[in-house]
Design a binder for this molecule. Structure first.
Ligand code: AMP
Length: 576
């Protein structure tokens, strides 16, 4: 024990979270019990009511959707709850369970108790979202005196705070599903977020989707899209291919579905060509952030890359071309935020924490409506989300978009209002609806203009104007009171403390079982039976509690599962 309170740095992410500590004069990432620095931000319950956090829960998202939750960071600061089994959880509580797991990992790593944390939040997080993040820390038994903006953390990881003069720089953060650009300025020891812009429908996953889609252009029929097991295997293949392209400049793989096959071969140049539309979308938020901050690209002192997708060479070279200089590299971009949080923790332990100004006068969520998409052969698909006001827009703001009826004989148009970042409306929060009467006629003629106006008090006004008649309909939505009272926090803390948590050393085995169960659901026939036998054998072994035997078998079990995942079918090296 050092005698001084141990503070850890935590990157509480939408898909993954990381914890890092200041140790031996530098920031160090802390591995979880599976040996990984990245812990999926997923929480679930198993059959006997134990909490599962991280990889094990992520594996169970598909097999046990009613007992598992993910992406809850998107709902922080809102009143939306997620149901797990027979209980509703607030996003603060689910985040708290992730934080608790990270706290336990850090304690195991350091051999001492951890009571305080610096937690990072996106620069555009509103006041309500920041409060919710603090409450999460409290619910996890962590004092959170300070939150740290993610771009500031990325800058700290690169030691920008050590600069002796005023510096201006840009943080280019391309994660799995979102692109965030922030312009920061450090002046007299205070970091200020000058502007932030982004595209919350653009991330590394979109690049993998491009590769996966090649399967359908090369022999796999469209019908395979409704086979969830196939789609997941294909997505995993595409993800591997994407990383391989970055590492070696080429990739090839085969996929089959029923009697159809596709061979996909791709090199870096062809991938870049394919990804051109995505790469082009990186420009807009950057131009906007520069304009908002009134800074020219040439005046930036530095460009910092964050987010796993900036590992892609084409993204790096684009960033280099955009700014006419090499961005700061050297650290793993998916780790910089956690490392920076640990730097701030280290500074705080020496009472030298960096001060920041916080930006909260932005619309914290994307607001939009539901649309119908017409795919090839005129198949209409319902339930798509059309953003109208993008998250992170400075308020007050008013935006208008025109929508058209789906059928010529339609007499009414319904505008359903949603808040959230997901592609499908069912994954977003429904806030209300407005109906407007329209004249039947050719669908393209009788549109409506939908205006969303969002003000500083979180009041959203939706105005629907029928283009042909100028008739209008209005709806006003007040943002819900999301704050939790001290009494409620205490009550929830007690309830959370009563939850049963698997001991850290059994987590690896739980994760293996969860992964095997997912494969069991995806496979059919003999391979499925084999996976079933493997699960049974491993469960029986766990019951013996013989640690040595379990460890040996776990390794074989893991290899067998890996082979099945890679091949898409069973290879019989386990469970005989
Ligand atoms: P993050 O949200 O920062 O964890 O970023 C996750 C995204 O980074 C995912 O879309 C990953 O596919 C992507 N990513 C991680 N490592 C690599 C890599 N080596 N090459 C390409 N993309 C990567």
């Amino acid at each position: 024990m050092t005698g001084k309170t141990m503070i850890v740095g935590i990157d509480l992410g939408t898909t993954n979270s990381l914890v890092a500590v200041w140790k031996d004069g530098g920031p160090r990432l802390v591995p979880n019990p599976l040996g990984s620095f990245l812990t999926p931000s997923c929480v679930g319950f198993d059959a006997d009511g134990h909490v599962l956090v991280g990889e094990a829960a992520r594996e169970r998202l598909q097999t046990h959707p009613h007992l598992t939750a993910a992406l809850f960071k998107r709902y922080m600061g809102s009143t939306r709850t997620m149901r797990l089994g027979d209980r509703d959880f607030r996003p603060e509580e689910l985040s708290a369970l992730v934080l608790r797991a990270l706290k336990a990992d850090a304690e195991a790593f350091l051999g001492e108790e951890v009571t305080e944390a610096i937690i990072t939040v996106p620069a555009y997080f509103s006041d309500a979202q920041r409060k919710a993040t603090r409450v999460s820390g409290e619910l996890a038994g962590l004092k959170v005196e300070r939150l740290l903006n993610e771009p500031t953390a990325a800058a700290l990881a690169y030691g920008i705070h050590e600069a002796q003069r005023e510096t201006q720089f840009l943080v280019f953060d391309l994660g799995g599903g979102t692109f965030d650009v922030s312009i920061l300025e450090m002046f007299e020891g205070v970091m200020e977020v000058r502007a932030s812009a982004g595209d919350n429908m653009l991330g590394g996953e979109d690049f993998a989707v491009l590769i996966a889609d090649l399967a359908f252009a090369n022999g796999i029929p469209e019908a395979a899209r409704s086979d969830a097991g196939f789609m997941q295997r294909l997505a995993a293949r595409a993800e591997t291919a994407k990383r391989q392209l970055g590492a070696t400049g080429k990739t090839s793989f085969e996929v089959s579905w029923q009697n159809d096959q596709a061979v996909i071969e791709l090199d870096a140049a062809a991938f870049e060509k394919l990804a051109e539309p995505l790469l082009n979308r990186l420009w807009r938020p950057i131009e906007r952030a520069l304009r908002d901050a009134r800074i020219r690209a040439a005046d930036l002192d530095n460009v910092v890359l964050a987010g796993g997708a900036t590992r892609m060479p084409m993204v790096r070279s684009l960033a280099t071309r955009m700014f006419g200089r090499f961005p700061a590299v050297g650290l793993n971009p998916d780790e910089v935020v956690a490392l920076g949080a640990a730097v701030q923790a280290g500074l705080k332990m020496k009472d030298k924490a960096l001060d920041e100004t916080v930006m909260t006068d932005v619309c914290p969520y994307t607001l939009g409506t539901e649309i119908v998409r017409t795919l090839d052969k005129n198949v209409a698909m319902e339930g798509y989300y059309a953003p109208i006001i993008e998250r992170n827009t400075v308020v007050p703001v008013s935006r208008v978009q025109r929508f058209f009826p789906v059928h010529a004989e339609q007499r009414e148009i319904l505008i359903a209002v949603y808040q959230g970042e997901s592609r499908m409306v069912r994954d977003n929060i429904r806030l209300g609806e407005v109906k407007a009467p329209i004249e039947p006629g050719p669908a393209h003629a009788g549109g409506v203009d939908v205006r969303f106006t969002y003000d500083v008090n979180g009041l959203l006004e939706v105005e629907v104007t029928v283009v042909a008649t100028n008739e209008t309909r209005r709806l006003v939505i007040e943002s819900g009171q999301a704050h939790m009272s001290a009494a409620e926090i205490a009550r929830r803390l007690e309830a959370l403390s009563a939850l049963k948590i698997h001991p850290r050393d059994t987590l690896e085995n739980r994760t293996l079982l969860a992964r095997a169960e997912r494969l069991y659901e995806q496979l059919l026939g003999t391979p499925r039976d084999h996976v079933g036998q493997m699960i049974l054998r491993f469960e029986q072994l766990l019951a013996t509690q013989d640690a040595r035997l379990i460890a040996r078998d776990a390794a074989q079990f893991r290899d067998a599962l890996k082979a099945i995942e890679a091949e898409g079918h069973f290879t019989p090296d386990y469970a005989d």
